[in-house]
Design a protein around this ligand. Sequence first.
Ligand code: SF4
Ligand code: SF4
Length: 129
Amino acid sequence: MPTFYKCQRCTACCRWPGQVKLTDEEVSQMSSHLELSEHEFIQEYTRVRADRRGLSLKDKPNGECILLEESKCRVQPVKPQQCRDFPNLWNFPGFQKDCDAIAIPVDGEEYRKRVKEATGRHPPESFGG
Ligand code: SF4
Ligand code: SF4
């Protein structure tokens, strides 16, 4: 039976090291949400990725995502797809040690419905086993 992970908004995934990759469309949506021009948003909140193939969000000096403010995401309604997809469409071995998401066994149809609601995307057929 597939397992859906229900996020508890503990924000641990906004605090651990890693790159949050951004698409051009996401830059545009987040700029609008913060009432900034794209240029201002890029200057203030992004950096060039390690592979130099695009932009990612900056970290604060303590390693948290720059858009985390008092345990809330400043761009929650338009947060990057990478953030939406964790932990249902990507995760890593042992992620449950740090992530408070509740594992809920559901049937296949319910799994696809819940993942679509959480991520805005349909899970690939190979997911959810
Ligand atoms: S953009 Fe929002 S959800 Fe994504 S890591 Fe930053 S604070 Fe967390
Ligand atoms: S996905 Fe997990 S680590 Fe991230 S906020 Fe939700 S419960 Fe916390």
